[in-house]
Structure formats: structure tokens, C-alpha cells
Design a protein around this ligand. Structure first.
Ligand code: LLP
Length: 387
């Protein structure tokens, strides 16, 4: 989509949506950059042989160890989030006798319409430097004064699962104004502007998100308009989508176990997973579709609620979905679980995490094996005797 807009661009896949070694390799094969937001994501990417010069490192509280790992492994951009980071990074990079390229994360004061937990652009945010408070400009001046840090541009991320493209237009406008203000105050002209991720995807049949080409066109056209109007040449335009790359690529398969009809109230169909492999319904009230994979051609006969197997009443994966008559042993499939599903999976109730399988052109390959009970106690020590 960017190629047809004829602009300088880079697309970084946001690793937090889903990462494993094979995924990092796939992202590299597809020619994308990678956005990591922890030492663990960085380590996984490096273990996969992902080129560090195509990695950006985010986070509102990167630890000293994570910053050192990023610098030493040659990560392209560290995205500066706060003044403590400037201080530590400057000292460390100087001690190493190196220089580090950085972007500065700006908090624009834009509130897109999405779940409040995944809004990130508002002023009251733990991320970045506020524009309205003048902190963003202060950060620029501070970074420019440090010889070890080479400022390349700015970053902004307004939130996730966003349908309204005008929120992205607003982000472009705010950034162009800031780039221009920085240029007139300091003479620094941004080479890179990163607009973050956030494009929404279809979870339910009735969802109509913008398409990737529409999203890209919105950003590139608005950027041309806003930057040229201020007499600034277009920087390299960067985006870092996670959900819109992997969300719709994945289907989670469960086996139906118990089926419980509470007369006049509800039919519960329970599966062998739940909030341990998909926290999103519980955390954000996220709504999914469900089908019975081995009964795709059967009529929809019953309205049921798909429950997980965990010890919480709130462990419900899908409420009130129509299915063919379910039977114990059927395979229940929930689509659109590729983003923030496995990535947020956990071992609640000491439930082992499931296997992840890549499928292409009729071929299947396991890329993360199913956890075993031994995996669950791997880091445990006995109370007495030898460790
Ligand atoms: N860049 C930054 C700096 C981010 O914080 C995020 C997501 C992205 C890019 C990718 O955004 P995406 O294109 O995936 O919307 N766990 C939540 C989503 C949290 C998003 C966190 N940041 C969920 O399941 O909805």
C-alpha cells in the first residue's frame, strides 16, 4: 500500500501482538521492520537472526539492562519515553564510546474512540512526553544537547483497535505542527516520523474496519498536505501495526467438553481453554464469533454461551452465539485471535499454554510446542532438601 503512494516509508511489525522465533523470521522474510517493547521480545528477535538495524525499541520503563542490551546489539532506534532514560542512555552510550540513534515519543492529547485501556494518546498517560505541557519540546532540547544521542525524529501512538481514520489524520496534523515548531526553535528537522499502530480489525461479522490501503492513503495524503503546507520536506513515514498484521490470520481451536443447560436461562458450552489463552473478553469485554469446525454446513440451532475451564464465573469466551447442536468432542473454532491472544496467554490454574501452528498452502508446521506439566514446574524448587 505504501509503495503505491510513492513516499519513503518503513513498516515495523509490533511484536507485542504476537512473537516467537518463527514469527520474527517471517517478519524479516516479508521485509518488515520490528518494534519490540521488552528485553524478552528483543532477545527473541535476535535469536531468530532478525537484523538489529531494522529494530525499534519502545517502552515507558525500559530497564537499565534492557537499554544496555539494545545498545550493545545495535538496535536502530531507541524510542525515548522519559527524562530518566535520556540520562541513563547518554551515560551508558558515552561509556561505551558509541552513538545511539533515537526517536522521541510524543503524547499528542488525542483520544480515539476505543477501549480506555488501549487509548494511549491522551495527556494523562504513562507514555511519552506531552505536547501541551511543553515536555516534548524540553525533551528535544535535552536530547540535542547530548552528544552520544543522535535524534532522528519522533514517534506517536494514539491507541489500538481504531476504526475512525480521522484519529490518524489528527495525529499526522499534530506531528507536522510539532516537527515544524521544533525546526523553528532548534533548527532540527526530523528525518523519521513514526505514527505507531492502531488500525482496527474485524472481530464480529458486522465489524467494518478501514482497509490497509485506505489507512495508508489517509496517512500519506494527510502527511503530504500538512508537511508541504509548512514548507517541510516529507520525512520517512513509519507505522508499526500489530493487530492488523496478525489478528485475522489466526483461529483458536478448542475441544468442547461439558454442555450444561440451565432451563430457561442459558446453555453453557465449555471448552478446554479460556482466559488463559484469550484474556481479551474478560479484560476489554471483547466480542468474538464462534463456529463448530466439524459442523460448518449444519444449521444454526441453539444460542449458547462458550465458557472456559477456569475457576472464575467471568471466564466466558463468547456470550450468546448461535451454533449447530454442540456435542462433547466437537471442535469449536474462534477466529481473529492472532493478536494479543497467545501474547497475553498465561498459566492461570496451572493450565499449560497451547501449541501454535503455522499453516500455509496446505502445509502445517508447529512453531511453539504445547506446554507440558513439566514446563509448569521447571522453575520450581522443593521446600526441603537438595534443590
Ligand atoms: N506501537 C506501540 C508503541 C504500541 O504501544 C502498540 C500497541 C502498537 C504499536 C501496535 O498497535 P496495534 O496495531 O496492534 O493496535 N492488548 C490490547 C492491545 C494493546 C496495544 C498496546 N500497544 C488488546 O488486546 O486489545
Amino acid at each position: 500500500a505504501f509503495e503505491s503512494e510513492k513516499v519513503d516509508f518503513a513498516v515495523a511489525y509490533a511484536a507485542k501482538a504476537f512473537l516467537c522465533v518463527a514469527m520474527a523470521q517471517l517478519v524479516d522474510e516479508e521485509g518488515l521492520w520490528l518494534d519490540v517493547s521488552s528485553g524478552g521480545e528483543l532477545y527473541t528477535a535476535l535469536s531468530a537472526g532478525f537484523p538489529p538495524e531494522k529494530i525499534l525499541f519502545h517502552g515507558n520503563n525500559k530497564t537499565r539492562h534492557e537499554l544496555e542490551l539494545a545498545v550493545e546489539s545495535g538496535v536502530r532506534y531507541i524510542v525515548i519515553d522519559n527524562f530518566n532514560e535520556i540520562e541513563y542512555l547518554d551515560g551508558f552510550v558515552r561509556r561505551k564510546g558509541r552513538k545511539q540513534q533515537v526517536l522521541i515519543r510524543v503524547t499528542p492529547g488525542i483520544i480515539p474512540s476505543t477501549h480506555t485501556y488501549i487509548q494511549t494518546g491522551q495527556m494523562d498517560s504513562k507514555f511519552g512526553f506531552g505536547l501541551a505541557t511543553g515536555m516534548a519540546m524540553e525533551a528535544v532540547i535535552e536530547v540535542l544537547s547530548r552528544e552520544s544521542l543522535s535524534l532522528k525524529g519522533f514517534h506517536i501512538h494514539i491507541g489500538s483497535q481504531i476504526f475512525a481514520l480521522n484519529s490518524f489524520e489528527k495525529a499526522v496534523e499534530v506531528m507536522a505542527a510539532f516537527v515544524s515548531e521544533v525546526k523553528s526553535r532548534t533548527g532540527f528537522e526530523a528525518e523519521v516520523v513514526n505514527f505507531g499502530g492502531g488500525l482496527g480489525i474485524k472481530y464480529r461479522i458486522q465489524d467494518v474496519p478501514a482497509t490497509i490501503p485506505e489507512y495508508v492513503k489517509t496517512i500519506t495524503e494527510k502527511a503530504k498536505e500538512e508537511f508541504f503546507a509548512r514548507n517541510i520536506s516529507l520525512p520517512l513515514l513509519m507505522v508499526e501495526p500489530g493487530r492488523s498484521i496478525v489478528g485475522n490470520t489466526c483461529v483458536t481451536l478448542y475441544t468442547i467438553g461439558s454442555i450444561k443447560e440451565i432451563p430457561g436461562i442459558r446453555i453453557y458450552v465449555a471448552v478446554d481453554g479460556g482466559m488463559s489463552d484469550n484474556l481479551r473478553p474478560m479484560l476489554y469485554g471483547a466480542v468474538y464469533e464462534a463456529v463448530i469446525a466439524n459442523k460448518m454446513k449444519k444449521d444454526l440451532e441453539m444460542k449458547v454461551t462458550v465458557a472456559g475451564k477456569h475457576c472464575e464465573s467471568g471466564d466466558i469466551l463468547v456470550k450468546d452465539v448461535w451454533l449447530p447442536e454442540p456435542e462433547s468432542g466437537d471442535i469449536l473454532a474462534i477466529p481473529a485471535t492472532g493478536a494479543y491472544g497467545y501474547a497475553m496467554a498465561n498459566n492461570y490454574n496451572l493450565q499449560p499454554r497451547p501449541e501454535v501452528i503455522f499453516v500455509t498452502k496446505g502445509k502445517a508446521r508447529t512453531v511453539i510446542r504445547r506446554e507440558t506439566y513439566d514446563d509448569l514446574i521447571r522453575n520450581n524448587f522443593k521446600l526441603h532438601g537438595e534443590k
